[in-house]
Design a protein around this ligand. Sequence first.
Ligand code: C5P
Length: 228
Amino acid sequence: MNNPKVIVALDFPGAKAAMQLVEKLDPSLCRLKVGKELFTRSGPSLVKDMVASGFDVFLDLKFHDIPNTVARACEAAAELGVWMVNVHSMGGIAMMQAARDVLSDDDAPLLIAVTLLTSSGEKELSDLGVSQSPAEFVKRLATMAKMAGLDGVVCSAQETSMLKKHCGEGFVLVTPGIRPESAAADDQNRIMTPKRAIEHGSDYLVIGRPVTQVDDPVAVLCEINAQI
Ligand code: C5P
């Protein structure tokens, strides 16, 4: 497989556990996502090791700060050789543009924005004084990301067909909350199977526990890859 669509979420407490899984995997089967917990414990050297092993790494640190700070952080991420990096769209258009400005080379990582976290819904939006529905708000944040020149967004698989129509085919959509038929839902609420998520327009599927917490992660990945 040349263009694996599954991004395995390495939600582990440290480098040892993460690398035990990574050593079983192959860059032709999946890409890898390093998030805040693992990065805070194990740092840039772990990311560099994964890149050196040939994996495409999505550094999921959701930068959200003043434009200058986010731009400098994006530069630092690019120096690690990662394939994809993200910022939080609620940081605003100027912040996203500052990130885009420093990641403008052809070989720069893909730059995407988180829209609304799937843990946030109507109640959280209402707490913020936002009267739009979650879907309307996601559309607004994705529009801002597109205006700022970003490559795409992280969103729920429920929103992909609407966003593909609204933002265009080339706008990359990355979706968590994916569960193969046979897997437990865990704490995810609005889930979709890998096949349906791709049919609805997801470009990349972020999958954690259904791959990381099983005896044979390679078998699960092969099965998912065959389905999509
Ligand atoms: O184990 P599971 O497949 O639920 O992991 C999903 C991954 O996607 C986790 O790393 C989680 O932090 C991430 N994520 C999510 N919902 C979002 C954004 C990221 O579940 N809206």
